[in-house]
Design a protein around this ligand. Structure first.
Ligand code: SIN
Length: 490
């Protein structure tokens, strides 16, 4: 048994932002991550951070744009907290040494992304924002108070009588099982991107947080809302990484094989319409067997502005002199998740959720571009403040290991294909029960029981978590009858 004050599961921006606040105090912090410190969605984020810091902007406009993108299904108090605190949190972050890109006058450079009324996105290293932010936060958490344990998979939360006392993990390298006892346990495991065949997400992102939270009796919210990014670099039906929306913000235009602009007449904001609108349009062409490209002829200094996209394209044989990048949509961000307040509080005592794992309600039915790194930083800080001001000691609990040994599960690929067909960009309400039944055929007790740790490998846990999260998403989608935001049903 390892005892610690704060146990964080995951190492993305939400996780590191909490750790960077709390490590200034005499708290023992343990971060457990399934991959290595940089294998998280945060590191892959290209676009940037939206914040009303330009003198032409106002956080009330940021509030309005966030609500509109979320189809007003957002929690308006949480949105107001996010956008109003954003400028001071970002300024404090800059004071720790974070360098965002500057314009020719030495002021912050503001980029543009879909559904923002003006240029509001700050970025770093061109399109390397997520990575640069993670690197800065890792520098900020370099402290003897912080122990980062990599390649260790969280298997189940240790919960008794509605109160959390830590987590059980198993190392991928040594197979060692560790019981952690923590006064505060924080779920920061990212979203569910790998439940789909094409995704911008890291390979470790398989819905583990949602599945563990569900088994522990946690309330979940808005699971049906999954944002598909319209432009993943796609060659022969296989996705190879994100082509940032900032490329369209800088003048990129979606065209078909004949060079016709596909967003003309579809939405007044054309290529910068909300992501669900653009994704559906690209997907409709894709399903007809048409190829869609991002035409970058109007983007100046493409390689300098978008070094990551350039790298991905070159790696996969795309000649940027042709000015056409083949694209198709992929799963990008989960608006739903573990129901949590902006301070990360869940219905389980001592258990907190931040970042994409959490559903704080800020994103509503569709997230406004570049609001997610912001959410990790701002609500990570609020969670840390809450922990500092609310003393808690975990109770000693008796761990009852699960009895289930899983013998035959579908492959990752089968799960991904089922999710895309039934709970993808376009859903068919009359087919939803079919996929729910398919999921349930793998778990007669509807995923409520814990697995036996000794007799199930980490890989089995991962598949079982994918099935659990997929089943929960399908059930949520079957309950929402109307099309709204990212949930489009016919
Ligand atoms: C992008 O760069 O297009 C992604 C940014 C985001 O999802 O917020």
């Amino acid at each position: 048994m390892i005892k610690t004050d704060i146990l964080i599961i995951g190492a993305g921006i939400g996780a590191l932002s909490i750790a960077s606040e709390l490590c200034k105090y005499n708290k023992k912090i343990t971060i457990v991550t399934k991959g290595n410190v940089k294998s998280c969605n945060s590191s892959l984020a290209q676009g940037g951070i939206s914040v009303a810091l330009s003198d032409k902007d106002d956080y009330h406009w940021h509030y309005e744009d966030t609500m509109t993108a979320g189809c007003n299904l957002n929690d308006s108090d949480a949105v107001m907290k996010l956008v109003s605190k954003a400028p001071s949190v970002i300024k404090e972050f800059i004071d720790t040494g974070m360098e965002f890109d500057k314009d020719e006058n030495g002021d912050l450079a503001f980029g543009r992304e879909g559904a923002h009324r003006l240029n509001r996105i700050i970025h770093a290293g061109g399109d390397r924002t997520g990575l640069r932010v993670v690197e800065q936060l890792l520098r900020n958490v370099a402290s003897p108070n912080v122990d980062i344990r990599q390649n260790e998979m969280a298997l189940d939360l240790r919960v008794e009588n509605g109160s959390c006392s830590g987590v059980i993990t198993r190392s991928f390298k040594t197979g060692e099982i560790t019981y952690y006892q923590a006064n505060y346990t924080i779920l920061a495991t990212g979203g569910i991107g790998q439940l789909y065949p094409a995704t911008s997400n890291d390979t470790t992102i398989t819905g583990d947080g949602i599945a563990m939270a569900y088994r522990a009796g946690c309330e979940l919210k808005n699971l049906e809302f999954i944002q598909f990014h319209p432009t993943m670099l796609t060659i022969n039906g296989k996705a190879y990484g994100l082509v940032s929306e900032a490329v369209r913000g800088a003048g990129g235009i979606l065209v078909n094989e004949k060079g016709e602009k596909i967003m003309e007449g579809i939405h007044p904001q054309k290529d910068l319409a909300p992501r669900d609108v653009v994704s559906r349009e690209v997907y409709a062409h894709y399903l007809k067997g048409e190829k869609i490209f991002l035409d970058i002829s109007a983007v100046d200094d493409f390689e300098a502005k978008f070094p990551t996209v350039t790298e991905i394209c070159l790696e996969h044989g795309i000649n940027l002199n042709d000015k056409l990048i083949p694209v198709a949509p992929g799963a990008h961000f989960h608006m739903g998740g573990v129901k949590a307040s902006p301070e990360g509080i869940t219905n389980i005592k001592g258990l907190f959720a931040v970042g994409e794992t959490a559903c704080t309600g800020v994103h509503g039915a569709n997230r406004l571009a570049s609001n997610s790194l912001l959410e990790g930083l701002v609500f990570g800080k609020l969670t840390a403040d809450h922990i500092l001001n609310n003393e808690r000691t975990a109770s000693e609990i008796t761990d009852n290991d699960g009895k289930i040994t899983v013998s035959s599960l579908p492959s990752k690929k089968e799960i991904q294909d089922q999710m895309m067909n039934f709970v993808g960009i376009v859903r068919h309400s009359n087919e939803m029960q079919k996929i729910i039944n398919w999921f349930e055929s793998y778990s007669p007790d509807k995923f409520s029981s814990k697995l036996n740790i000794e007799s199930n490998s980490n890989d089995t846990y991962e598949l079982y978590n994918m099935l659990t999260a997929g089943w929960l998403i399908a059930k949520a989608a079957s309950k929402r009858k109307e099309s709204i935001g990212a949930h489009y049903t016919v």
